[in-house]
Write a protein that binds this ligand. Structure first.
Ligand SMILES: [Zn+2]
Length: 553
């Protein structure tokens, strides 16, 4: 037995660190932020509430189904790994709590034969998933793996199939699943349960991919950038939800786990006093309304979320191609209940507008929105959408990436989504890019919002052959909330504070929150079949016959 050294050296920056403090700081280098590799026991210790860990399941010792020998016989390799790590194989599962909420935690350990996936690890993943499903407890997997275990041959490959089945059953059962990607996560683990979960979080610097960087470099004969397959790059490509430093993991996990809390009955909502003026908007000229709806001072989606939501957690990426900054998607609590929220994000200044692409979402944005809707459906959580966009982004890349398909897919998804959907036009409701979030059970419009098939300028230049006719086009298109109410397009107009929402964001959000809470009360609890029937009836009305106002649920 030797004493642990007092000092250790950071593997990334080489600085000397005082070991005790390094451990207190969760083995993250205070100089460069490098997240050192943890063993399974350290990881469990860091993630679970102190004293909450139950008995650990180390799994069944792997056999040697192929009688495999490389430079060493497989059973000897296993024996050496067991002696070195104190584990039975490359994973452990354990029950415990995170900030008081029960979880089943499956932790992989790279020190055991490179965290490779064989039958024993497969057993542990399937066992943890089955327990999570039967007891309806969220499953968290912490991944670290080089891929499938070669010594078990094609039987190792089958672990990808059986773990995928177990995760699919968790989806069917509506049980929340979360991955924490740690460095490195590759091959068969990355291409199965690691990326099949509802929310994928990576530690800073963690690398994840299917093929390893060196293999790719050899194949294509090119050097790849230093950040290839790292957490920040995965994020940029829309493949993970977030990069979360170790010190914040428990907080983020706790927020996500709170989505499965039973409704708390909510904070005590003070009755919202009606604004001084109700009824007809103060500006009734449609063109003025259009201009007002576009004012930069109006609250954005993030402003409304900030004022209305508790514990908001934004999720990122479409898991296919990117993360669209013009589309916000996430979950939080609205008046004590978990509610998903999706909306286009503009900005208050030139810099944010440019960064958010003026609220014009790409296909990746609509796919992110659809992913969140599907997740809300799985977790039986209602969704609110906030619509404020000049339109879906008209660009070459957006077309090539299937803007039309992304919008169409969103419409089809919403038409059958088995949870309540409430859409709010908060500013500019620009055409198909707006409707892609508005096929909802209730459609509300803020007092100074507009909704149109085309921008008045666009309509004017096509039909009047002059952009100068935009004010005339705005009047002809019937875009204002009172028009929309009359046409049955919106169900309710949400008043704004005197002078408009831009004058008082907090007050505007307070009024909206009260309306949304009332709408949610109307729609919950729900029978999914009736909900979908009612939503379809709502939009089926818009035929050539005059619109009937009645909608029955
Ligand atoms: Zn360092």
């Amino acid at each position: 037995m030797t004493e642990a050294p007092v000092w250790i050296v950071c593997r990334q920056c080489g600085v000397r660190l005082y070991r005790k403090r390094f451990e207190q700081e969760l083995q993250v280098c205070r100089e460069c932020g490098h997240h050192a590799r943890l063993d399974a026991f350290q990881r469990i210790d860091q993630l679970l509430d102190q004293g909450s860990a139950g008995e650990m399941d180390f799994g069944t010792p792997a056999g040697d189904p192929l009688g495999f020998t490389d430079r060493m016989a497989y059973p000897d390799r296993l024996a050496a790994a067991r002696a070195a790590t104190g584990l039975c194989d490359a994973a452990v599962s354990v029950r415990g709590t995170i900030e008081g909420r029960p979880v089943i935690l499956l932790v992989m350990d790279f020190a055991f034969l490179g965290g490779s996936l064989g039958a024993s690890v497969g057993d542990l993943v399937v066992g943890a998933a089955d327990a999570a499903r039967q007891e309806r407890i969220p499953l968290i997997v912490v991944t670290a793996s080089g891929g499938a275990r070669m010594q078990e041959g094609v039987l190792a490959l089958m672990q990808m199939a059986r773990t995928s089945q177990a995760l699919a059953e968790l989806d069917e059962a509506g049980v929340l699943t979360i991955t924490i990607v740690t460095d490195p996560t590759f091959g068969g683990v990355a291409a199965s349960f690691a990326t099949q979960t509802d929310v994928i979080i990576a530690e800073p610097g963690a690398r994840m991919g299917f093929a390893g960087k060196r293999v790719i470099e050899q194949t294509i004969g090119k050097r790849l950038p230093a950040d290839f397959q790292t957490a920040s790059s995965l994020m940029e490509h829309g493949l993970i939800d977030d990069v979360v430093p170790r010190v914040r993991l428990r907080t983020v996990l706790s927020r996500l786990l709170s989505l499965t809390d039973p409704p708390s009955g909510g904070d005590v909502l003070l009755p919202v006093t009606p604004p001084d003026r109700l009824g007809e908007p103060e500006t009734s000229d449609p063109w003025q309304m259009v201009r007002r709806a576009r004012e930069l001072e109006r609250p954005t989606t993030l402003d409304y979320i900030h004022h209305m939501y508790d514990g908001f957690k934004e999720l990122h990426g479409d898991r296919v191609s990117g993360d669209c900054p013009a589309m916000i998607a996430g979950f939080g609590h609205l008046a004590g209940r978990p509610v998903g929220i999706i909306g286009q994000q503009k900005g208050h200044d030139a810099a944010e507008l440019a960064r958010r692409n003026f609220g014009m979402a790409s296909p990746a944005g609509y796919r992110k929105a659809a992913r969140l809707m599907a997740l809300a459906e799985k977790l039986r959580i209602p969704i609110i959408t906030l619509i404020d966009t000049p339109g879906a982004y008209p660009g070459v890349e957006a077309e090539a990436n299937g803007q039309m398909n992304a919008i169409a897919a969103s419409l089809r998804l919403m038409s059958g989504l088995r949870v309540p959907l409430i859409a709010v036009l908060t500013g500019e409701g620009g055409s198909g890019g707006a409707l892609a979030l508005a096929l909802a059970d209730r459609v509300l419009a803020l007092e100074h919002a507009v909704y149109s098939v085309i921008s008045p300028e666009g309509c004017a230049s096509i039909l009047w052959r002059s952009q100068d006719a935009a004010p005339t086009a705005a009047r002809a298109l019937k875009v204002t909330p009172s028009d929309l109410l009359r046409l049955g397009i919106v169900d309710d107009m949400v008043p704004e504070p005197p002078g408009g929402a831009q004058r008082d964001h907090a007050r505007a959000a307070e009024i909206l929150r009260a309306r949304l809470t009332a709408a949610l009360d109307e729609l919950t609890p729900w029978d999914s079949d009736a909900l979908v029937r009612g939503r379809r009836a709502r939009f089926a009305r818009f035929g050539a016959q005059p619109v009937k106002k009645e909608v029955s649920l």
